[in-house]
Design a protein around this ligand. Sequence first.
Ligand code: ZN
Ligand code: ZN
Length: 359
Amino acid sequence: MMNFDFSDRLARLYDKLAAEEVDALLITKLANVTYFSGFRGDSTALLIGKDIRKLITDGRYVEQAVREAKNFTLVEQTEGLYKKIVDELKISHCRKIGVEGNVMTVAERDYLAKELDGFEFKSVALDTLRQVKDAAEIECIRRACRIADDAFAKILPVIKPGVREVDIAAELEYFMRRLGSERAAFTTIVASGWRGSLPHGTASDKKICAGELVTFDFGAMFKGYCSDITRTVCVGKASAEQRKIYDAVKAAQAYGLEVITAGKSGKDIDAAVRDRLTASGYGDYFVHGLGHGVGLEIHEEPRLSKLSKSENLLPNMIVTDEPGVYIENFGGVRIEDTVLVTSGAAQPLTRSPKILIEL
Ligand code: ZN
Ligand code: ZN
């Protein structure tokens, strides 16, 4: 296993600091704390700037932080995280502070403003710095994808009429753990029959019935990195309509692999695949974006959707390709791969079969 290159990450963070014209950044979003320091606990903040590079945590995490966050000076807080942040900023020479406005609460913001007279705060977004993955990150996500694939192969024999969705979800998560997953990357979705029209139908008490389509959306986690895969199977022989919808989604998903490429915008990629589903008559039933970045967070930048702000995909971004069709009182089909962006066609990292499996 390769090591993460923290010097490159910190260099890009200092560039950001300069570009935003702030003296220091207060990093409080867990994924960003992990990305820039290596520390994987919670309730922790990074202060990084001209004359400061500190990790502030509490007694539960001191030993772990010393091990994991080698590039930071550890500060232990005993009277509250924000109290210590205030103390550290007061003794620094930093006065203009970038904060993560998309995660900081109003109460935290008010506290800083009250305690730090004469300081200036600016909301800074750091998430885009995590978009392009390095070799070690790609390796971790590849592992997380392989775990999900192997677990999926193991649960196929479990999918039978009479079995509850929650029981299949439990088996799936158990197999992922046995195969090396730290935890499920997100709440496992098992949506059978009519529930298939709920794009985020997490597993329920509903029993699987013969003749139903069943959608599984799940992911593993390896060294903090997520995978994300969806497959839809049919319990018994598929009807003509079920097969027609499945084939339309499968073709759209395959087309997605072609159009997800470096240089294209998130909006254009989404539109291209949406147009393909519209041509097959199902565009109106595709009610979400085509995909999202995957990394330390299950949903991160860049987005592939109508609202995407990503103008230009770059090689080594990792995104999902997940068109779906959802029809009320009928059910749904979604097929999703986690894919690596290259200068050519996207490379699927999840490799489970995409032919319609009839169990
Ligand atoms: Zn998914
Ligand atoms: Zn997804």
